[in-house]
Design a binder for this molecule. Structure first.
Ligand code: PLP
Length: 472
């Protein structure tokens, strides 16, 4: 492909992209293909000779598109969103064009310096403590792994990096039973052992119980273990529960334990000053992660990781091969030492585009509106005699189940699983579920960039109609 062809096809693609967003409601939200259907259409070997853009693009439309779920569809209410926006896509187009590898300052000074500044913007926009240092990571999973490994090094006096894990030293890590699975994965990868992850009970609002945490820590200390890190969640994956950071912080301070805050989804709500109560006590935390790639209209991937003790982070991850030594090192950030991988994409660019294009007020308005839409839906569901709200959250989510009067508690799980299956296979909307106290609950997260109150009301109509058509 030469420059002339590239220009032509790039223009065609931009038209396709704009049409896609204009017509996105024509696509089924959840892909309706069967397992293996896409795989079987792709040749077993790569083509020997180069193919034309038309050939490739025609297969993209014919083979790939049916196998896509449409995460930017306004009726995508599943999991947490990975929402995007026009300015984000434009920023990403430039990142792909420049294709810079921003591992150190010298390899693209703008990559480093824009990232530093945009992370400082985020700190101010969200009311996080100004003594935090920010860096963009690929995901909340990597950010939490980074926090746990840094804690491991800090509290082993950087010895594990030198000599490996000493099996006699039992570090303990704490999180709630509602914590995201990425925590357990991080503990395994960090070599600390899944059996040393202590899952603390939650209260009736799915929040970590600080008294239980305190008891577990004291018991571990009395048995000769070293409590290393507590992971508090602000916005759990199941029901957006908020662990009581301030109470947890009293305990982590008392025992000198690293406190990491996983605000992967709910962190975006901090842009609204009235939601900052969710991080009360944050000044005592050692690190925090939140994902602009979930709810802040910045396409995947873009995870904002903040750490208080920058020196511990860098000392943990620093590598110094001859070829990466530079004269500028003492004056700049070299983000290769702030995370796991060496190579880094220029992710700050799209975030800069998003923040500037929306402005703080634009972001606030959009987030606030989604929260109001969710609250209005919650009220409607609550007032319906055959549905019930199972958990309430102040954020943009609704947790409910279908509960017709003639159905016993035992059959409700099956009934709701059936309802969810029928909703998702309709292609009209996409919801997922969770279980709380053994009960099957349908989750509806209203966080799509283009979602309107009308979309949600139509979805609600459809949910009622589908539910009433199921034989109970
Ligand atoms: N933490 C929480 C609370 C989450 O809900 C999720 C994903 O939904 C994660 C962490 C993992 O996020 P990521 O996909 O960025 O690793």
């Amino acid at each position: 492909m030469d420059n002339k062809n590239f220009r032509q096809h790039a223009h065609e693609l931009v038209d396709w992209m704009a049409d896609y967003f204009e017509n996105i409601k024509d696509y089924p939200v959840k892909s309706q293909v069967s397992p293996g259907e896409i795989y079987s259409q792709i040749p077993d070997s790569a083509p020997k000779e180069g193919q034309t853009f038309q050939q490739i693009f025609s297969d993209f439309e014919k083979i790939i598109m049916p196998g896509m779920s449409h995460w930017q569809h306004p009726n995508f209410y599943a999991y947490f969103p990975a929402n995007s926006s026009y300015p984000s896509i434009l920023g990403e187009m430039l990142t792909a064009t420049l294709a810079a590898q921003c591992m150190i300052w010298d390899t693209s000074p703008a990559g480093t310096e824009l990232e530093e500044k945009v992370m400082q913007w985020l700190i101010k926009m969200t009311g996080l403590p100004e003594n935090l240092n920010g860096v963009i990571q690929d995901s909340a999973s990597s950010s939490t792994l980074t926090a746990i490994i840094t804690a491991r090094e800090k509290y082993s006096n950087f010895e594990i990096n030198e000599n490996g894990i000493d099996n006699n030293r039992k570090f303990k890590i704490y999180c709630s039973t509602e914590t995201h699975s990425s925590i357990e994965k991080a503990v395994k990868i960090a070599g600390l052992g899944k059996n040393n992850l202590v899952k603390i009970k939650v209260d009736n609002k799915q929040r970590m119980d600080p008294e239980e945490l305190s008891k577990a820590i004291e018991k571990d200390i009395s048995q000769g273990n070293r409590p290393l890190c507590v992971i508090a969640t602000v916005g759990t994956t199941g029901t957006l529960a908020v662990d009581p950071l301030d109470k947890i912080a009293v305990i982590t301070k008392k025992h000198d334990i690293w406190l990491h805050v996983d605000a992967a989804y709910a962190g975006t709500a901090l842009i609204l000053p009235e939601f900052r109560w969710i991080i009360k006590g944050i000044e005592h935390a050692d690190s925090l992660v939140f994902n602009p790639h979930k709810w802040m209209f910045t396409n995947f991937d873009c995870s904002a990781y903040f750490v208080k003790e920058k020196s511990a982070l860098i000392r943990t991850f620093e590598i110094m091969p001859e070829y990466l030594k530079t004269d500028s090192a003492s004056q700049v950030n070299n983000y290769r030492d702030w995370s796991i991988q060496l190579g880094r994409r220029f992710r700050a660019l799209k975030l800069w585009f998003v923040i500037r294009s929306f402005g703080i007020r634009g972001l606030q308005d959009k987030i606030k509106k989604q929260i109001v839409i969710a609250k209005n839906l919650e009220e409607k569901i609550q007032n319906h005699q055959d549905f019930e709200i199972m958990v309430q959250t102040p954020l943009n989510a609704v947790f409910f189940r279908y509960h017709p009067q003639n159905v016993t508690d035992d059959d409700l799980d099956k009934l709701n699983a059936k309802l969810l299956q029928q909703l998702d296979s309709s292609g009209k909307l996409y919801v997922t579920h969770t279980k709380i106290n053994g009960k099957y609950i349908i989750r509806m997260i209203i966080g799509q960039t283009s979602v309107t109150e009308q979309d949600v009301l139509s979805s609600w109509e459809f949910i009622q109609k589908t539910a009433s058509g199921i034989n109970t």
